[in-house]
Design a protein around this ligand. Sequence first.
Ligand SMILES: Cc1cc2nc3c(=O)[nH]c(=O)nc-3n(C[C@H](O)[C@H](O)[C@H](O)COP(=O)(O)OP(=O)(O)OC[C@H]3O[C@@H](n4cnc5c(N)ncnc54)[C@H](O)[C@@H]3O)c2cc1C
Length: 678
Amino acid sequence: MEGVDHLADERNKAEFDVDEMKIVWAGSRHAFEVSDRIARLVASDPVNFLNSLLVFVLHLVFEKSDRARLGRKELFKNTLKKCAHAWKRIIELRLTEEEAGRLRFFVDQPAFVDLHWGMFVPAIKGQGTEEQQKKWLSLASKMQIIGCYAQTELGHGSNVQGLETTATFDPKTDEFVVHSPTQTSSKWWPGGLGKVSTHAVVYARLITDGKDYGVHGFIVQLRSLEDHSPLPNIIVGDIGTKMGNGAYNSMDNGFLMFDQVRIPRDQMLMRVAKVTREGKYVPSDVPKQLMYGTMVFVRQTIVADASNALSRAVCIATRYSAVRRQFGARNGGSETQVIDYKTQQNRLFPLLASAYAFRFVGEWLKWLYTDVTERLQASDFATLPEAHACTAGLKSLTTTATADGIEECRKLCGGHGYLWCSGLPELFAVYVPACTYEGDNVVLQLQVARFLMKTVAQLGSGKAPVGTTAYMARAEHLLQCRSGVQKAEDWLNPAAVLEAFEARALRMAVTCVKNLSKFENQEQGFSELLAELVEAAIAHCQLIVVSKFIAKLEQDIGGKGVKKQLNNLCYIYALYILHKHLGDFLSTNSITPKQASLANDQLRSLYSQVRPNAVALVDAFNYTDHYLGSVLGRYDGNVYPKLFEEAWKDPLNDSVVPDGYHEYIRPLIKQQLRTARL
Ligand SMILES: Cc1cc2nc3c(=O)[nH]c(=O)nc-3n(C[C@H](O)[C@H](O)[C@H](O)COP(=O)(O)OP(=O)(O)OC[C@H]3O[C@@H](n4cnc5c(N)ncnc54)[C@H](O)[C@@H]3O)c2cc1C
């Protein structure tokens, strides 16, 4: 029934102020108001246009429910249309940078603009001199040029130092000659490169005076600003269809080869190093770690995206779990809502808790980025390696958990979760490459591990560990402490939880250091112990997430019952991680088997407390039905009639008798088999 809220009972059960929780989720009242206004705008942005019968009809440019049915070319053109319309609205409505960002977010279609604003512009901001920024950002900010980020090559992604593209300085003409010497040096993957970008930040080995100075960034024009054709000696195209129907195929990931392409010398991004008119390589006063600042920025946006994607999947799975009923009807009563099964809660509620946990750690990373930027301006580089390691680790941890979590949400929705219109298959297909781009998740954890090994090795040397590794300064205590937990409720004590996580993380790191020292050659030891090193890094990152959630609870949070709910979610996250990684906690003697069992008791009790609030907790994400894009996750819970509506829309249902019947089905049925043996 239209207009009926099938989830009203669930909403009435909520024990907290949902409107206040919406503000906590958004980060501030201002952020909530902007998001709410822009989400509604995107969901209902009508365009009047004259159809072929010369009648004005309303058309929703941002409609996305038909995405899966479009072929690649149509999908791509539809994406261009959405991007152009979004830009038109941004200009017409004079949206601020923040509002424009939200608008692109709610349009919710992977596109070249993501790379333009998310990688090209930040790369110039981070690596360009003031003069370069002035020139290029003024064009990019008006979209008079469109840029992408061309680092990865066919042969090398993770190993950036292995990139083969060269940029050789020619002092005769004051130019760099950009060249792809081999097939494997072809740029391969950059989003927006395939068909749209007019420019790229290209990473290439800088060679001057016969010497290779390693990989640096260069701004290279790729296409004519008049007719969009590739400039001479540039071969560029799309790398082909990617996983999932629709999904990420709206993006033109591309390949790019250069045949001795000349660019002016001042198109090398020269903030950290420059090449003079004479061809001399001059590193600037600014240290190379400055590049970390850009990475911290980009990765904090990826962590924020993880909480967006996971919360979206959890919203769908939670609402549907409250609508769906299976078994248990007695005496004509209703069947059991599947959300009431403890197994469902044990799979769903930790994901709900993770979505909130990632939200808050993302919020903290935003602060970290500001802190790093301010320190850089004051030439204080002391915390940069720690900030870099921590963002790399959190990018890895949150994207892995989110990709796994979306798939779990699909299974939590049973068979219907596999339907495209559940929104989950597409969400998964779009999301899962986040585990690979901006650094493969395993490779990133190995970077964290290297940093941890160095930090542990320096303990006692007088160099105090900083930021998220500060807990290691208490090594003496953490290496021999015993958890004081005696009853289940003790697991709601923040100090007890933090100590267990700190002891586990430090003990795992110290064990790795000890094992490494058994090898004569450190690097050989490192490659033998890769798996343990990754586990130690993950333990450290999980501690960061738990500690930032606990820190959030220490803030002033108003609204009836809001803090209580967040408290429950925080301890669900922590105790679920503890349960999942019990082997680590037990083998490092950070807790006893009895304490592990008490943690499980507490977890079960927390699930029961969250249960009546579950639907309201996902309502607090404030997602419009347009953004969710899911029949199962509809706000009104009116799932079954809408599943039928979607089914009828499928092109196969355009005719009752399918195309191909006469050629292939009828002859089959009507065949006269010569042998009667079958
Ligand atoms: C959808 C998508 C969009 C992208 N967009 C862009 C873009 O805009 N611009 C751009 O430049 N690039 C882009 N990329 C490329 C991306 O950044 C790389 O694919 C990524 O960095 C991983 O590198 P790789 O492909 O070389 O993986 P590989 O390094 O080849 O990984 C293969 C396997 O080897 C393992 N491995 C590699 N090295 C080690 C090691 N040292 N120790 C242990 N294990 C290791 C990895 O864990 C992985 O399991 C994109 C990729 C995707 C999928």
